[in-house]
Design a protein around this ligand. Structure first.
Ligand SMILES: Nc1nc2c(ncn2[C@@H]2O[C@H](COP(=O)(O)OP(=O)(O)O)[C@@H](O)[C@H]2O)c(=O)[nH]1
Ligand SMILES: [Mg+2]
Length: 225
């Protein structure tokens, strides 16, 4: 995925109506401090598009980044009768796409009043239930820890809204390579995610996992509606 441009173009407050949007949306959810802003910056190849290390719980908005990207997508029909499965070569083509990357407000910060939590919940639920353009929801969880009650609730909300979340296991540089598979299993089981749920380990520090996430986004955006 080559990013041609990316900019924050809509900031929606907790109690504001959701914006009328036209582009397909790829949403990102996760606990405060899980590494969501860092992931957005790495995906967009920008150092400070999203603010990293903000006071947890401070972001009380849904942020829409408008992205113009060149996606590499597989060409399903090759000219002639060459079968890509037989030749082992899948032909790719580049296609321009404009989409919204949607940064949902983080959760799980202790110093937040019940009133704030309720507002957060109703906003996120409103977004998941009423946005017409959502094409995929990514849920970020820290690779080091078993998902907690908040993560499970978020996961269940996403499922209940009709989406099968793609899990990103963040901060993969913090565990030994040999532990990655095991931790992915811990996450999958902790969220009670069905077999086949995609879990992608990611490190904002090394950029490892970026390719796979970009490929997934490319597939999602090129799927016929
Ligand atoms: N080691 C490591 N630290 C990370 C990674 N991603 C984020 N962090 C750190 O975790 C903290 C929170 O990151 P941020 O992106 O602001 O998280 P957000 O609250 O989910 O948006 C910051 O101090 C980041 O530098 C990562 O992949 N590896
Ligand atoms: Mg953030």
């Amino acid at each position: 995925m080559k990013i041609r441009s990316a900019e924050l173009n809509i900031v929606c407050g907790y109690t504001s109506p959701l914006p009328e949007t036209v582009f397909p949306e790829i949403a990102f959810a996760g606990r405060s401090n899980v590494g969501k802003s860092s992931l957005i910056n790495v995906l967009m190849q920008r150092k400070r598009l999203a603010r990293v290390g903000e006071t947890p719980g401070k972001t009380r908005t849904i942020n829409y980044y408008q992205v113009d990207a060149l996606l590499s997508i597989p060409v399903s029909e090759l000219p002639g009768d060459a079968d890509p499965a037989e030749t082992g070569k899948v032909q790719m083509k580049e296609q321009g796409e404009v989409f919204h990357l949607v940064d949902l407000p983080g959760y799980g910060y202790a110093n937040v009043s019940l009133d704030e939590k309720a507002k957060w919940g109703s906003m996120v639920e409103r977004y998941l239930k009423s946005s017409r353009n959502i094409r995929a929801v990514f849920l970020l969880v820290d690779i080091r820890h078993e998902p907690n009650a908040n993560d499970r609730q978020m996961y269940d909300w996403i499922m209940a809204s009709g989406y099968q979340p793609i899990i990103i296991a963040t901060k993969s540089d913090k565990v030994k390579r040999s532990q990655i598979q095991k931790q992915m299993k811990v996450l999958r089981e902790g969220l009670k995610a069905p077999k086949g749920t995609v879990v992608i380990p990611f490190s904002a520090q090394s950029g490892s996992g970026r390719e796979e996430i970009c490929k997934k986004i490319g597939e999602i955006l090129s799927e016929k509606q």
